[in-house]
Write a protein of this length. Structure first.
Ligand SMILES: NC(=O)c1ccc[n+]([C@@H]2O[C@H](COP(=O)([O-])OP(=O)(O)OC[C@H]3O[C@@H](n4cnc5c(N)ncnc54)[C@H](O)[C@@H]3O)[C@@H](O)[C@H]2O)c1
Ligand SMILES: CC(C)[C@H](C(=O)O)[C@@H](O)C(=O)O
Ligand SMILES: [Mg+2]
Length: 352
């Protein structure tokens, strides 16, 4: 098969981890007889520097016309440390998600047998964890009206959801639960927030369409606790944008590193694959960032966007082998035994 893939490397460690995912994807394509054409495009601070827009129209055209998008990370300290900057890299990410209609962000959390003892959490608590967050990605507080009043002394961010937005995300959650252990957790803050009450009421009304799925409704603060206490009690979790952002970074501790966490952002027409981590500015250019989150995002791309599970599995097998043989970057390595970003990528490509 032939694929056109939009390649948005972004900022910081983005280009370094993307290079490894490209190498590994090319090795998979070679092994299975596919042809990939990569279409690089600007995003983030790199795009602001080049053309003044973190998600330029030219990039959007490339994404819209691609079979899938592979995304690195955006963000730069010069913006993080200047809250008043009018144009910010993160606006590009949000604009891209909105314009491409990427409403469902699938963020799996699983443990790797060889890493169980790397987690600060006890083995018996995390062993067997295999859960998936479905994070709503184009609504909520990220996209509601925001601003200042009282001469700048008061700031506000509105959280807005429509029933239709909740329904389409929840539908994906129910469908995913049906393919797994038929357990769905709706994470909300319905004891306080009106948007959460709409979420709860909407999901409750959908239960009758999925009689085999057992649904639990839990408050986000309690989930934040139980997620590290008994993560293996969860299976599919659906949640709004901001709660999903926070809980999935927390969940990375279960796997062992942020550098391992992939995701798929699904829309009606196109899907984008991105690690959940950011541009990790402290590591930029040092060849120390873990490329596995991006490599595993490429595995999700083969499986989800191209419906090629064997190709995805070939990547997963290489990653598992690297982890068990200690071919890992410093976030997972024993002292003095770290490999570089590029060396891990080379090893994975050679072991496809
Ligand atoms: N999707 C995205 O592009 C995205 C996501 C989160 C943050 N950001 C942006 O990234 C910048 C930095 O934000 P931050 O420091 O809060 O988050 P970050 O995810 O970049 O880094 C947080 C910590 O996670 C660890 N980490 C992240 N990626 C890793 C990797 N590949 N290998 C090993 N360890 C890794 C490091 O310990 C790092 O200090 C900001 O500008 C932020 O806005 C972008
Ligand atoms: C950079 C930021 C806008 C983004 C988010 O909050 O969605 C990031 O944290 C993520 O998880 O992809
Ligand atoms: Mg985040």
């Amino acid at each position: 098969m032939k694929f056109n893939i939009a390649l948005l490397a972004g900022d910081g460690i983005g280009p370094e981890v993307i290079d490894q995912a490209v190498k590994v994807s090319d090795a998979v394509a070679k092994k299975f007889g596919h042809e990939i054409t990569w279409k690089p495009a600007l995003t983030g601070a790199a795009a602001i520097d080049a053309v003044g827009d973190p998600y330029p129209d030219a990039t959007h055209e490339i994404c819209k016309n691609a079979d899938a998008v592979l995304f690195g990370a955006i963000g730069h300290p010069k913006y993080d440390n200047d809250p008043s900057a009018p144009v910010r890299p993160e606006q590009g990410l949000l604009k891209m998600r909105k314009k491409l209609g990427l409403f469902a962000n699938v963020r799996p959390t699983f443990t790797f047998p060889s890493l169980i003892d790397k987690s600060p959490l006890k083995r018996e608590r995390i062993e067997g964890t295999d859960l998936v967050f479905l994070r709503e990605l184009t609504g909520g507080i990220y996209f509601g009206e925001k601003g200042r009043r009282d001469g700048g002394e008061t700031a506000f961010d509105n959280c807005v959801y429509t029933r239709a937005e909740v329904q389409r995300l929840a539908k994906k959650g129910f469908e995913l639960a049906m393919t797994r252990s038929k357990k769905l957790c709706c994470v909300d803050k319905a004891n306080v927030m009106e948007t959460s009450r709409l979420w709860r009421e909407t999901v409750q009304a959908m239960e009758k369409d999925y009689p085999e799925v057992t649904v639990s409704y839990e408050f986000v603060d309690a989930v934040a606790m139980r997620l590290v206490q008994w993560p293996n009690s969860y299976d599919v979790l659906i949640t709004e944008n901001l709660f999903g952002d926070i809980l999935t970074d927390e969940a990375s501790v279960i796997s062992g590193s942020m550098g391992l966490m992939p995701s798929a952002s699904m829309g009606a027409d196109i899907a984008l694959f991105e690690p959940i981590h950011g541009s990790y500015p402290q590591a930029t250019g040092k060849n120390i960032a873990n490329p596995m989150a991006t490599v595993l995002s490429a595995a999700m791309m083969f499986e989800t966007a191209f419906n090629l599970p064997e190709e995805g599995q070939a990547i997963r097998d290489a990653v598992n082998k690297a982890l068990s043989e200690g071919i890992v970057t410093e976030d997972l390595a024993d002292k003095g035994k770290a490999y570089g970003t590029k060396e891990v990528g080379d090893w994975l490509a050679a072991n496809i």
